[in-house]
Design a protein around this ligand. Sequence first.
Ligand code: HEC
Length: 114
Amino acid sequence: MRNICGAIAILAWSSTAMAGASTPVADPIADGKVLVDAYCSDCHVVGRTGESPLPIAPRFRDLNLRYDVEDLSESLVEGIVTAHEAMPEFEFDPIQAAAIIAYLKSLSEPDKNQ
Ligand code: HEC
């Protein structure tokens, strides 16, 4: 847990630093991308292409097909627990959870940036 708290502090710092560098407008999708890159990408493919490093971990871009990703919000805050022990338990604050959801939802929309 201590490591995770440290990582969150660094994340909070780096996303603030990045926001300051370009635009002061909060961008939940970008924040969500930072979070999933940091916490989820060891196992899940988090982008629009490629396969999960851990093949049994679902591609994030497929989660939209399987769930209403809004429903994940509660799980992100209260701790996602899956039947699979390969998936660690996470707890995010509501703002982080909203950012992750925003990012996941963005994957089901046409890509504006590429
Ligand atoms: C250590 C590897 C690992 C990491 C890190 C990881 N996951 Fe997973 N995740 C898995 C595996 C394996 C499954 C498949 C579990 C199963 O089918 O029971 C999974 C399944 C899921 C599912 C689907 C759950 C379901 O009930 O079908 C969601 C949503 C999910 N992960 C979200 C995340 C998020 C969000 C993060 C980052 C905050 C994350 N995962 C990080 C391994 C991981």
